[in-house]
Design a protein around this ligand. Structure first.
Ligand code: SF4
Length: 329
């Protein structure tokens, strides 16, 4: 799978780096001083690299835990995110990563212990509150787990820090690592969905809805708390019917008592990311009809409001308001 692995000098002897290099003995190994030399290089083609991404092993320096954007949350006032990985195994046409990064290579920050120290100190600053940490912000938290071993490192860590909540957001159905751990009440495995027709056309490599709902059922049986994420909401002429059918397909198989939270949010993207993304796929119909005039590209306000309201109404048929969280970015 991996033909080239770049290794930052700082992590060359790190046990996680050593272990992944041993698993891919045929990969070309290229030492680099800092990962940005490869990742941020000019004149790269995200679209070409996406066909065969390389892996970059790196050390996360500086701020390892950052405040989540205003309006992002599932019930707590204290929301943070951290990224142990940049980029994703899947290829969703609407993904903001392809507008944000110049490269489609996977960057894996192997210094997990430093992330964990940062999480523990963030929690200690908020002694009387639950603190939420979102891990699927710059990639999918589970899809690359066979490389990153994220679950093995972080589920037990969060289990020992009950006031720290982990949202592990994913479109993967590869849940074996999660099933091998004792579930912790403060670990929420959140699955993102769009209607089936969008999924087929726009989410390349993502397992089908049935596989993901099946994965959710298994996790629920194991005792995990689950999340549902309908974010971004995508427009098509018959979006009301499509979202209704999506919700019916999911809630006919999941028990609401296993859900920690359900959130939904409109399509939003900084204009420069959007323009870069649009350039990669100028023929993509999904991008037609968006309002590109303001700093944030989104659907026109009236349409966005109608989509939000319609989805919220539909969701209320299945879940109580207390676990329903509109994302207000
Ligand atoms: S699964 Fe999420 S992170 Fe991965 S390509 Fe799709 S939208 Fe982007």
């Amino acid at each position: 799978m991996l033909e080239t692995i770049y290794v930052e000098d700082a992590v060359a002897s790190h046990p996680r780096a050593q272990s992944i290099l041993a698993r891919f003995p045929k990969a070309a190994v290229i030492p680099v001083n800092r990962y940005g030399e490869v990742f941020n290089r000019n004149h790269q083609s995200f679209r070409l690299q996406k066909r065969k991404p390389s892996l970059i092993l790196a050390e996360k320096q500086g701020n390892r835990v950052l405040p989540a954007p205003e309006g992002y949350g599932i019930g707590s006032a204290q929301n943070f995110y951290f990224s142990h990985v940049l980029n994703c195994l899947y290829d969703c046409r609407y993904c903001f990563l392809q507008g944000m990064y110049r490269s489609a290579h996977y960057v894996w920050f192997v210094n997990y212990e430093d992330f964990q120290d940062a999480i523990a100190s963030t929690v200690s600053v908020h002694p009387d509150e639950d603190v939420y940490f979102f891990s699927g912000y710059d990639g999918d938290s589970l899809a690359l787990d066979s490389i990153t071993g994220f679950v093995d490192a972080f589920v037990p860590f969060f289990a020992e820090h009950p006031r720290a909540y982990l949202e592990l957001r994913t479109k993967s159905a590869a849940i074996r690592p999660l099933l091998s751990h004792q579930p912790a009440a403060n670990v929420i495995v959140a699955f993102s969905f769009t209607p089936v027709t969008f999924g087929k056309a726009l989410e390349h490599g993502v397992p089908p809805l049935e596989a993901r709902v099946g994965a959710m059922q298994q996790l629920a049986e194991r005792g995990y708390r689950l999340g549902l994420r309908f974010d971004p909401l995508l427009y098509t002429k018959d979006y009301q019917r499509q979202y209704r059918e999506l919700f019916e397909a999911i809630f006919s198989q999941l028990e609401v008592r296993n859900l920690h939270s359900v959130s939904f949010g409109p399509f939003r993207m900084p204009r420069d990311y959007f323009q870069r993304m649009h350039k990669l796929y100028p023929e993509e119909k999904l991008f037609a009809g968006l309002d590109e005039e303001s700093r944030m590209v989104s659907y026109p306000a009236e349409l966005e409001k109608a989509m939000r309201e319609s989805c919220e109404e539909e969701l209320k048929r299945f879940v109580p308001q207390s676990i329903l969280f509109p994302c207000r970015l």
